[in-house]
Design a protein around this ligand. Structure first.
Ligand code: UD1
Length: 412
């Protein structure tokens, strides 16, 4: 196994960039969005915006200018919308801008059931009529939208974003109860507030939105990607050595750092960087994924891969998605000893170890987990579907090889 050493720069948060890009549909004027990660899902979203008539100019490797002043109401292209989950933000954004929306059902990673009933409940609370049929979602507001209290039955990132998008220019006050508290919700609210919105409480479970008539353009810098940072922290933990991870917000990484400490990994947190190092062997631990500030479900596969190398038995309980263990079969191809029962997985680690094999990236984070598993494995691992991983990670191959990992893209 090759130990890692050196520095990695973290890019802007994909799950902030997506709602922020779609939210520009609500704005009259030019927005400059900096620290934007040009991963495949973000590029696809910018393409969708262009189809709707937006002017999109890529200024440099992490900055884009978007002007949606001249967009008109038209159907976003199905072949693009179906490629990603976050295209469901078109519902809230079109509704907020035009008072109506017609969007096909989104695609994206398959974690089991991905209902949108809470999104619909939110739109209906604001006075919209929603009809889902033939793979399309039609949203009308014959009597206009008005501010209201929205009560979600489950904590949903997507539904919270969509209600913010629909409500931000809706007359009156909207209060979202049981709102998601993820840093990307805060980032979206901060962005919209720089454009003239009146949103308070983002980051708590109650968000208040006072509708404004117009939103204007602004310059905004997206926060660092906590899941990208967490992924490299786990990679360093598995490979060993010492890696400095720059451009992070330690507060966002608290639950991840805490688990790594339990696993006998050293995590030194500074203002905007973290140093991860490991000398001794990894210890087992138990994980339950939960909405933020709980342990993120989007770090679950990466930790499962790492725990294959830990002494003892670890348990993971998936608290967000019905079916987020499909990738375990890929780890088993490498020799992992993991039992899955419903939303629970039991991982038996050392003295067993993993061996390189041909595996697949079945979704973004599962693909990252395969890379982490491969870093610790003896022999060579070939991961099919690198483009799936690139939907969520900026230059993951380049960033890892810069710290000494033996990883490259076949055919390049
Ligand atoms: C977002 C993230 C995804 C992450 C997830 C949870 C993006 C683009 N994706 O997905 O990577 O894994 O948050 O942190 O940001 N639910 C319902 N009804 C709904 C909506 C959701 O029952 O209308 C349920 C889901 O089935 C799931 C839970 O709520 O069990 C959380 O889903 P949600 O937070 O909405 O996830 P996404 O926003 O789709």
């Amino acid at each position: 196994m090759k130990r890692l050493g050196g520095e990695i720069e973290i890019s802007g948060m994909k799950n902030s960039a997506l709602p922020i890009v779609y939210s520009t549909l609500l704005i009259n004027g030019k927005c400059t969005v900096d620290n934007i990660p040009f991963v495949n899902d973000v590029m696809l979203s910018l393409q969708i915006l262009k189809h709707l008539g937006a002017k999109v100019d890529i200024i440099n490797s992490s900055c884009v200018e978007i002007d949606t002043t001249d967009i008109s109401l038209c159907e976003p292209p199905m072949e693009l919308v179906r490629q990603m989950r976050a295209s469901y933000y078109l519902m809230g954004a079109q509704l907020g801008r035009f008072g109506t929306a017609h969007v096909c059902y989104p695609g994206g990673d398959d974690f089991g059931m991905r209902p949108i009933d809470q999104h619909i409940k939110g739109f209906e609370s604001l006075g919209a009529k929603v009809n889902v049929s033939g793979g399309y979602i039609d949203i009308e507001a014959p009597n206009g939208l008005s501010g209201a209290n929205v009560f979600f039955d489950v904590v949903s990132v997507g539904a919270t974003v969509n209600v913010i998008l629909a409500a931000v220019k809706t007359e009156g006050v909207t209060i979202i109860e049981s709102a998601a508290r993820e840093p990307h919700i805060v980032d979206l609210a901060n962005f919209l507030n720089t454009c003239g919105a009146q949103i308070s409480g983002a980051g708590t479970d109650t968000i208040k939105i006072t509708g404004v008539k117009e939103l204007h353009g602004s310059n905004y810098t997206i926060v660092p990607d906590m899941i990208e940072a967490g992924t490299y922290m786990v990679a360093a933990a598995v490979a060993g050595g010492r890696v400095k991870i720059n451009n992070i917000i330690p507060k966002h990484l608290e639950s991840i750092s805490a688990k790594l400490l339990e696993m006998n990994v050293t995590v030194e947190e500074m203002d905007d960087y973290v140093i991860v190092s490991r000398e001794g062997e990894l210890s087992s631990c138990n994980i339950k994924t939960l909405p933020y500030p709980g342990f993120p479900t989007d770090m679950q596969p990466q930790f499962a891969a790492a725990l294959c190398y830990a002494n003892g038995v670890s348990h993971i309980s998936e608290g967000v998605w019905d079916n987020r263990f499909r990738y375990i079969d890929e780890l088993r191809c490498m020799g992992a000893n993991i039992d899955v029962s419903g939303r629970n997985a039991t991982i038996k680690g050392r003295p067993l170890s993993l061996t390189g094999a041909a595996v697949r990236a079945i979704d973004i984070r599962a693909g990252a987990a395969m890379i982490i598993a491969a870093l610790g494995a003896s022999g060579r691992t070939e991961i099919a579907g690198v483009e799936v991983i690139e939907r969520g990670y900026v230059d993951i191959v380049g960033k890892l090889s810069a710290v000494g990992a033996d990883v490259f893209k076949l055919g390049e």
